[in-house]
Design a protein around this ligand. Sequence first.
Ligand SMILES: *[C@@H]1O[C@H](CO)[C@@H](O)[C@H](O)[C@H]1NC(C)=O
Ligand SMILES: *[C@@H]1O[C@H](CO)[C@@H](O)[C@H](O)[C@H]1NC(C)=O
Ligand SMILES: *[C@@H]1O[C@H](CO)[C@@H](O)[C@H](O)[C@H]1NC(C)=O
Length: 331
Amino acid sequence: MKTASSSSSSSHGFPATASLCTPYLLLVPLGLLAVVLVVPSLGSSHVRSDGLGVLCRAGPSAADGYLVTPGGDAASAAAETKAVVRPELRLLVGVLTTPKRYERRNIVRLAYALQPAVPPGVAQVDVRFVFCCVADPVDAQLVALEAARHGDILVLNCTENMNDGKTHEYLSSVPRMFASSPYDYVMKTDDDTYLRVAALVDELRHKPRDDVYLGYGFAVGDDPMQFMHGMGYVVSWDVATWVSTNEDILRYNDTHGPEDLLVGKWLNIGRRGKNRYSLRPRMYDLNWDMDNFRPDTVLVHMLKDNRRWAAAFRYFNVTAGLQPSNLYHFP
Ligand SMILES: *[C@@H]1O[C@H](CO)[C@@H](O)[C@H](O)[C@H]1NC(C)=O
Ligand SMILES: *[C@@H]1O[C@H](CO)[C@@H](O)[C@H](O)[C@H]1NC(C)=O
Ligand SMILES: *[C@@H]1O[C@H](CO)[C@@H](O)[C@H](O)[C@H]1NC(C)=O
């Protein structure tokens, strides 16, 4: 499987991505630079919106982007049919991260790229790395390279933060950004989480498409699922849309604090996300000794260093299919 532009054919999607994204090669860096350099002098809204438009455009044709589809020949076949055959469900996965985490992002990108295939008729899964405005000009240029190369960058209109409204900005921007081709589900996850996309899709397939709030349920008092842990949770499109239009959340300044708990609070007050599912124990934190991996994992969290990522890749046999070669040998 792979993540690549819809029509890509190589296992890394290089040729197709390059041709599909040719305009981006010019536009994205300009867009980013516009955001970064011009905003202070011109005032934010117009320029930022141009920048966002360029960076985040993912309209109907943007089956280009970052798909989780089968690898090899199946991938190109799947990609070609994808434009016509609507999959059972479409899922946007937002990996919230920060510009300077280049090394981690590289690992996470590979983690998504090297996963077992999701059958093409079943799901379209687009993975995006989610930032607030990239303020540093060096980072802006380097992140623009990633946008041009991988097409998996999404920049929100906010100042980088974790518990000061970034999640709210994400959930409320996505329904606008993708208004022309809505997803069924929106996921928020982090760059210390290994998500097994096929396993999640299997869970979502038979769930309702509306009023869903799914994740690692956190019990408070009598409520077994008062909110979903920030390691990774999914809301249906209607719920994200509701968040985006709910002015009370901002009026009551209810975006400052632990983001996962707050999402639960908004939904509880608004009586949304009533179709609630906890995927415990298939979602979990990796423990200190790294010995609690499970074969039916949907998501494992707390991969906070390379050693822990390596353990996950080893456990899930991610490189098992690596062809023998006289160019390398791994024990
Ligand atoms: C970005 O956020 C600022 C501050 O909240 C707001 O004034 C501005 O209109 C926003 N710009 C866009 C393009 O949404
Ligand atoms: C919102 O909450 C933050 C953090 O608690 C605080 O700094 C800020 O002043 C508050 N803003 C308003 C408008 O109440
Ligand atoms: C990894 O491969 C080994 C050996 O083939 C197998 O026993 C194990 O179940 C695999 N692990 C997972 C998580 O699929």
